[in-house]
Write a protein that binds this ligand. Structure first.
Ligand code: Q9C
Ligand code: ZN
Length: 342
């Protein structure tokens, strides 16, 4: 299987976030990609190719133009305000009770276009976000050109980013943008299956009223974990998207047996729908050793996930999302991909 990745994606580095009341180094760091790349080489998964340069046209069909423009200029605004360090928000508009203003202050913009303070900008963030997006689009293009499966090694990840907000280490929603590209190239139905530990709230929000993209997510019950305010089982889509959104929240401590049952339920729903292509939002933070998550999958389960996904029988685009046990991330991600190919 081909992997798409650009070294420019590693220019997003050295950022900080808040965790349990302390400022800590960002969990979403460059070593994640490094460990995945070395495992790809170790097992001979296939070539790692640079993305083709891509325009932001498709991204602007998924996100608002104002939001994309903000992402591209946030670091410059931050520097112009005399700041150093990681650009993070500290003030947000209260839900439903704020003025719909376009503020000038970078502090206000950071709050307006975010849902949390874990998604900081550093000097190379936009270059990395853009390159990660290019990787997702290039992988989609390879699928369109005939590949059965392809892996977009996207970091920064994307599934928490919505129409006009960042969050959860995500800026542009790579999987959603790739899905849009597949539709634009003639696919009539695309399914995004999100197996990251966290609910893919951004992807859900983007497609909630659309009938052309089925969105399914298996994740930690949002009563217990991030993103807290979306991901409940009664969120089924609306309007044209009625019934096209499926959430399967799972309790703390979910093990393989329970997780696999949820996956089988999701696969049944995909088979019923009959998509042309399936996009997998591939997070491996379901791993028992993950430092910010509480599921209990072990190394041996990831190839089994890949085998289940191959069973769908459709073209499959894997897009990297989370996974923070960095020493194990290569084995787990490549485990899924190898399991798919066997
Ligand atoms: N800083 C993905 O897996 N909360 N994102 C972390 C507070 C945010 C995870 C703890 C977790 C986001 C793509
Ligand atoms: Zn996650």
């Amino acid at each position: 299987m081909k992997t798409i990745f650009s070294p420019r994606q590693q220019e997003h580095q050295g950022q900080f976030e808040f965790y349990n009341g302390a400022v800590v180094e960002g969990y979403e760091n460059t070593s994640r990609a490094t460990f995945i790349l070395s495992r790809i080489e170790e097992v001979g998964l296939g070539p790692v190719l640079a993305p083709r340069p891509q325009s932001l046209e498709t991204a602007k069909r998924i996100h608002s133009t104002a939001y994309v423009d903000f992402l591209a200029s946030a670091w410059r605004f931050w520097r112009e305000a005399g700041r150093t360090g990681t650009a993070l928000p500290y003030a947000w508009p209260a839900r439903g009770r704020y003025k719909d203003v376009a503020p000038d202050s970078i502090d206000a913009l950071l709050g307006l276009y975010s849902i949390d303070a874990s998604t900081g900008f550093v000097e190379g963030t936009w270059e990395a976000v853009k390159a990660s997006h290019d990787s997702a689009l290039t992988a989609a293009d390879l699928i369109i050109e005939g590949e059965q499966a392809c892996f977009a090694l996207c970091r920064p990840p994307g599934h928490h980013a919505g129409t006009d907000f960042n969050g959860g280490y995500c800026f542009l929603n790579n999987a959603a943008i790739a899905a849009q590209r597949l539709l634009d190239a003639g696919a009539s139905r695309v399914t995004i299956l999100d197996i990251d530990y966290h609910h893919g709230n951004g992807t859900q929000e983007i497609f909630y009223e659309r009938g052309d993209v089925q969105v399914i997510s298996l994740h930690a019950d949002p009563r217990n974990d991030y993103p807290f305010f979306a991901g409940y089982a009664d969120e089924r889509g609306s309007g044209h998207g009625e019934g096209c959104n499926l959430n399967i929240p799972l309790p703390d401590g979910t093990d393989w047996a329970q997780w696999e049952r949820a996956l089988e339920f999701a696969l049944g729903s995909i088979r019923q729908r009959g998509p042309d292509v399936v996009v997998i939002s591939l997070g491996v933070d379901t791993f028992e050793g993950d430092p910010i998550s509480r599921f209990r999958l072990s190394h041996s389960h990831f190839p089994l996930i890949g085998a289940h996904l191959a069973g769908i029988g459709t073209k499959t685009l894997f897009v990297l999302e989370g996974g923070y046990a960095v020493e194990d991330i290569g084995v787990n991600v490549v485990g899924v991909l190898s399991g798919y190919e066997e």
